[in-house]
Design a protein around this ligand. Sequence first.
Ligand code: BTN
Length: 235
Amino acid sequence: MKAPSGPWLELDEVESTQTIAAEHVRSGQPTSIVLALHQKAGKGRLGRVWHSDKADSLTFSIIFNDYPDHEKPYLIGMACALAAAAAVHTKVRWPNDLVIGPKKVGGILTELIRAPDGKLIPVVGIGINLNQSSFPDELALIATSLKLEQDGERSATDTAAGILKRIELLPEPNDWADLAPIWDLLDLTPGKQYRLPNGDLATAVAVGSAAQLICSVNGESQTVLAAEALFGHER
Ligand code: BTN
């Protein structure tokens, strides 16, 4: 898979790297990475807020200019999850969370932004808890950092560069079959609880052959498409 080769933008404090990356796509600039030391209004999936502590987190957005109008853009986000998991030695959880055991250490948001030529460009935002020494009580059971789980502190820029290198090592994500063998090696999805769009609580069974979540609600099988988990695309 191609990692973008355009210029990197490294900023101190921003609202959201996704917003800045989107502006660069809309204005036709060749930027490939927008990285910030701190986000004041980070965006998560499904309209949630992504909180990150100043200087303790990696927050960056990758602009995939080489993948305009990709037929299955959710695969780009899932591929990024695999690259990030390999780079920082975590597992993955559907659709594209980075986890260590039951705790989340990073999240990924994929958005499609329209370029001046009318094509939709995937912009993948990655947030990883790097150097936090603790979390507030309400998060401590579900969130962790690389520092808490592994040795040492990590630099945001070096970690981002490591993820980009891992992206280059992945196969082209044309179909789920291209990523599935790697996903299966790192997958901690089965058994996890998911709140479905209709409010039902489901238990994950597996990730299916089209990247969909196969889950069970009161003994009945249901599926959630990966494309439904992709949030924030422009049409
Ligand atoms: C999730 O909800 O799990 C996805 C979180 C994605 C957060 C990253 S941090 C860098 C980029 N900029 C944002 O505003 N969000 C993404």
